[in-house]
Design a protein around this ligand. Structure first.
Ligand SMILES: NC(=O)c1ccc[n+]([C@@H]2O[C@H](COP(=O)([O-])OP(=O)(O)OC[C@H]3O[C@@H](n4cnc5c(N)ncnc54)[C@H](O)[C@@H]3O)[C@@H](O)[C@H]2O)c1
Length: 256
């Protein structure tokens, strides 16, 4: 797959301190795009700087911070062409014991923030007749697993937002697509391995083999760079006919 975009663009990427977001920022910079990296963790600044990206610190559970992040991109670069909604967190607990505050934080960050960022980015994309919205969902936007009610609900909702944005953006040059990865080797998954081990009374190796890779045809975790390449394609000129889609990158999980 070629991930080259013919034109340098301006991109805003969320959740760039580590993992997939960090890899997407690097990938976009290699393609010559200008990038605003957005994260609530101040350590994200040095990571963005190393990649040659600008940084904006924002807790995206706060709606005003979402709007401020887009405003910062527009004032720095004068336009916004690509939005990658990637920031995410996880909390593993049964529905019976799921803390309400965790439920609200996960929905705010992983469903409401992508909506508000999309809304704020839309006028610039519409005015330029070109926009790419890439939502990092999950294979848990397609299937469920026990212990992740809020995450799975947010990710299923993100697919609905993606499809609606695709329909509304079609006549304006704006595409919207979601990406559905299975387990990627990032801090989010490393923390989950420990949580799942506790929840299921297993050791960590058993969690990886018996839970995370149970349904995988390819028996390994995904590298963040593999996900970044797919984001790069969906954000490129070449992907202009692709919209409203959910792209699985799931090691064959849903093939059965
Ligand atoms: N790792 C996986 O296996 C996997 C699989 C499918 C989907 N995903 C999705 O990929 C995305 C990235 O996850 P990752 O695995 O790279 O995890 P990660 O923990 O490495 O990265 C998440 C980023 O989000 C940032 N973040 C967290 N809360 C924030 C907040 N309130 N405001 C702003 N930024 C915040 C973190 O600082 C971090 O930089 C998430 O949406 C996740 O659901 C991950």
């Amino acid at each position: 797959m070629t991930a080259q975009s013919s034109t340098p663009r301006v991109a805003l990427v969320t959740g760039t301190r580590s993992g997939i977001g960090e890899a997407v920022v690097r990938h976009f910079r290699e393609q010559g795009h200008q990038v605003l990296a957005v994260d609530f963790n101040p350590e994200g600044e040095a990571i963005a700087e190393r990649a040659g990206a600008a940084f904006f610190q924002a807790d995206l559970t706060d709606g005003e911070a979402c709007k401020a992040a887009v405003a910062d991109a527009l004032s720095r670069f004068g336009r916004l062409d690509i939005l990658v909604n990637n920031a995410g967190i996880q909390h593993v607990s049964s529905i019976e014991e799921f803390p309400e505050a965790q439920w609200r934080r996960i929905i705010d960050l992983m469903l409401t923030a992508p909506f508000l960022l999309t809304q704020a980015a839309w006028p610039s994309m519409r005015e330029n007749g070109w926009g790419r919205i890439v939502n990092v969902a999950s294979i848990h936007a397609q299937v469920a697993s026990p212990g992740k009610a809020a995450y799975i609900s947010a990710k299923h909702g993100l697919i609905g937002l993606t499809k609606t944005a695709a329909l509304e953006g079609g006549s304006q040059g704006i595409t919207a697509n979601a990406l559905c990865p299975a387990y990627v080797k990032t801090p989010l998954v490393e923390n989950q391995i420990a949580d799942q081990a506790k929840l299921n009374r297993m050791d960590e190796q058993e969690v990886v083999e018996q839970i995370m890779l149970k349904n995988a045809a390819v028996k390994r975790l995904i590298d963040p760079g593999e996900v970044a390449s797919l984001v790069g394609y969906l954000a490129s000129d070449a992907a202009g006919a692709v919209t409203g889609a959910s792209w699985n990158i799931d090691l064959g999980w849903t093939a059965q």
